[in-house]
Design a protein around this ligand. Structure first.
Ligand SMILES: [Zn+2]
Length: 71
């Protein structure tokens, strides 16, 4: 990844230069902080939780493709 390159955040869809890369997806620091600070009483919490579930499902799908299914 080239320095200064903007990536599109999985959550806010904004182009950001700093954040976390998870496989080919990206979460900006703002969203990461936001998620960490959300309480379950916050209405936005459910939006994030829903998106996070989608996000991890994506990751699991990718992992499953690499693993040999045993069932
Ligand atoms: Zn973001």
């Amino acid at each position: 990844m080239a320095a200064g390159e903007e990536k599109k955040c999985f959550f806010c869809k904004a182009g950001k230069k700093t954040g976390l890369n998870v496989l080919k997806d990206f979460i900006c620091f703002e969203c990461e902080k936001e998620i960490a600070n959300l309480s379950s009483g916050d209405p936005r919490y459910y939006i994030y939780v829903r998106d996070i579930k989608k996000f991890w499902k994506n990751l699991q799908g990718k992992e499953n493709m690499l693993k040999q299914p045993r069932s």
